[in-house]
Design a protein around this ligand. Sequence first.
Ligand SMILES: C[S@@+](CC[C@H](N)C(=O)[O-])C[C@H]1O[C@@H](n2cnc3c(N)ncnc32)[C@H](O)[C@@H]1O
Length: 275
Amino acid sequence: MSHNEHYADNKANWNDRATVHAGSAMYRLDEFIEDRSLISRTVTYDRDFMPNVEGLSVAHLQCHIGTDTISFDRLGAAKVIGLDFSDTAVAEGRRFAEAAGSSTQFVEASVYDAPAAIGSTVDFVYTSIGAISWLHDIDSWAQAVGGLLEPGGQFYIRDVHPFVWIFEEIDGKIVPHFNYWHTDDPLSWDEAETYTDDPDGVGITNTKHHEWNHSLPDIVNALVNAGLRIDRMDEHRGAPWEIFPSAVREGDLWYLPEPLRSQVPVLFSLNATKL
Ligand SMILES: C[S@@+](CC[C@H](N)C(=O)[O-])C[C@H]1O[C@@H](n2cnc3c(N)ncnc32)[C@H](O)[C@@H]1O
């Protein structure tokens, strides 16, 4: 299969998921519409790691249906633009922002085309939780991040740690199963499930999707080659969804069962500045 075919499968799958997620309890759109001071759980967590967005122009890459995106508006950003390749996610995001009284804008485009699609540089680029595994070309992604930023502008990502991607839960045991290093061939799945708390399979008819792992050096080097200085990296033990069936929930986060919890990070975050 070509990368164009992978892209088409992923887009169709994410269009289906966007509709399911917009109606899901997990994404809480009604709560955001009712309570105009509500900030998403993801952005609430990230505030301890990312810059203060007050007064900044913000681009949120792979923004999905916009709950994190409008949170930046609520935190006082001067301008917020969410970008996603799913036309359904963008339509849901626009509807949601209007209902929630937010001036957040949404752009439909591939992340690789973000600088041209957004058309102006910004002070802060953000992306998080389940973003870069959908991209086969981490170098072009980093070039897009660099192309969007003003000199001195900041970038923040929190995403799945590439090391945890090597594990699979088989017969109730989480064991090493997949390659760590990137391959041009994706891991391809055919399943009607998504990660929200709805009954599996409801509304997902485009079931094929494809993902790629990117090692930490591949991510860091791609950003350095795109003209960014790495300022900080962190590793996190908790994930904001049930990362494996036997993950243990504590509050809003899921942890690997011990001893893996003490052995393996599940997310990483990185801060960088455009030189
Ligand atoms: C797991 S979601 C990110 C979710 C986000 N953290 C949230 O919970 O709202 C991944 C998003 O990436 C988008 N996506 C995948 N591949 C993309 C691409 N090549 N360009 C732009 N968006 C893409 C999907 O449409 C989806 O909305």
